[in-house]
Design a protein around this ligand. Structure first.
Ligand SMILES: C[S@@+](CC[C@H](N)C(=O)[O-])C[C@H]1O[C@@H](n2cnc3c(N)ncnc32)[C@H](O)[C@@H]1O
Length: 360
């Protein structure tokens, strides 16, 4: 277990197993948990991806979260049910499932027609299974929203613990300038009482829901989109770009090394001679020069989720930190961040990315 503090951004990073590291923290300590759990599909052959987050980790999350506090975790479409039922079985209340929509996925399906044609030595177009494949193009990731139970009402809980409701106004969606945003509420608009009337001409109080203009933006929904059209009513953000992925890391460091300068590099040793590839391999293995994490999330998306469930200056935990995307979002948000990952390389990448992150 190794602890790294980044004081200027109120960040603590840990190398270790979250089930163990979290024992350092008292009960009811964190305001929110925002995380991206392993998908339980051994993604790209990674060992850490063999479950949807260990039960011991989730139990610790329940203990260290404040009563009424929210937890949001990404899952995979194929294994989300395990993530959600595990959280429910250990005592969280499932409140919603959010959908993150994106357009950048590519289908990894097997082509049955082509395989058959190859096996039979024929043209794919000649067999009757031409066009049959084994899967769809991935275009969404589910996010489970759950809450630590509390005996108090949401209002009393907010007063007692500062958590227990969602910060709707901080996450409203501003789509276009001049767009009329509406909430469904009973009320008086521009001096006129609006309502829905029943057949006797009397106001129907149950149906008395009406559109009240809200200049702060649309009410956030449980769909989040990467695609601007036709989803512009939803929170929109671009996908992770190269700069965001590698910020703080000297991604070109390897390209800068030449045969004439390689012996000056601290990782060079005599046995390498002028074999530049041996030096490059050694650098790639040990030093965090590029963000090689396979499941990086966009900072704007993480910031949106953090804002939704965390009070201003609150304490946020990511028990599956990866390359630190939640920590960068929390730095921008202005709260305290604790990020934990089993892999020391990912923590070093996170340290550099969080230090370098400046949204401007
Ligand atoms: C899906 S990735 C998170 C990626 C992250 N959202 C990002 O943007 O880089 C999950 C991470 O959880 C870590 N992990 C898995 N089990 C863990 C455990 N028990 N304790 C701490 N970290 C763990 C893995 O090493 C992996 O980096």
């Amino acid at each position: 277990m190794e602890k790294i503090e980044i004081e200027e951004s109120k960040t603590t990073l840990w190398v270790g197993d979250s089930a163990e590291v979290l024992k350092q923290y008292p009960d009811n300590h964190f305001d929110s948990v925002v995380t991206d759990a392993p998908y339980g599909i051994e993604f790209l052959g990674k060992d850490w991806d063999n479950n949807t987050g260990a039960i011991e980790v989730w139990k610790e999350c329940l203990r260290v979260l404040k009563p009424g506090g929210y937890l949001l975790s990404f899952g995979a479409p194929r294994t989300y049910h395990r993530l959600a039922t595990n959280l429910e079985d250990i005592g969280f209340e499932i409140k919603d499932s959010l959908m993150w929509l994106f357009g950048s996925g590519f289908p990894k399906a097997q082509d049955v027609g082509k395989r058959l044609a190859k096996r039979d030595g024929t043209e794919a177009s000649e067999n009757k299974y031409d066009g049959w494949k084994t899967g769809l193009k991935p275009a969404h990731e589910p996010i489970v929203m759950c809450r630590k139970p509390t005996k108090l009402t949401a209002t009393d809980n907010m007063v007692e613990w500062g958590v227990g409701a969602l910060n709707i106004d901080a996450t409203r969606i501003v789509a276009d300038e001049g767009d009329a945003y509406h909430d469904l509420k009973p009320g008086i608009v521009e001096g006129k009482k609006h309502g829905i009337f029943n057949e006797k001409g009397k106001e129907d109080l149950y149906a008395h829901k009406m559109m009240v203009k809200n200049d702060m933006g649309r009410f956030p929904s449980n769909v989040i989109g990467e695609i601007e059209e036709p989803y512009q009513k939803y929170f929109y953000h671009p996908k992770v770009n190269r700069k965001e992925r590698h910020i703080g890391l000297d991604v070109n460091a390897i390209d800068k090394i030449s045969q004439s300068t390689m012996s000056e590099h601290p990782l060079w040793d005599e046995s390498m001679g002028t074999d530049i590839n041996r030096l490059k391999n050694k650098i790639q293995q040990g030093v965090a020069n590029a963000n090689t994490h396979p499941t990086i999330k966009p900072i704007a998306l993480m910031l949106y989720l953090v804002k939704l469930i965390t009070p201003p200056n609150g304490k946020v935990l990511d028990c599956f930190n990866g390359s630190g995307s939640t920590g960068m979002a929390v730095k921008e948000f202005g709260g305290e961040y604790v990020g934990i990952d089993l892999d020391e390389n990912y923590i070093e990448i996170s340290r550099k990315r969080i230090l370098a992150w400046d949204s401007k």
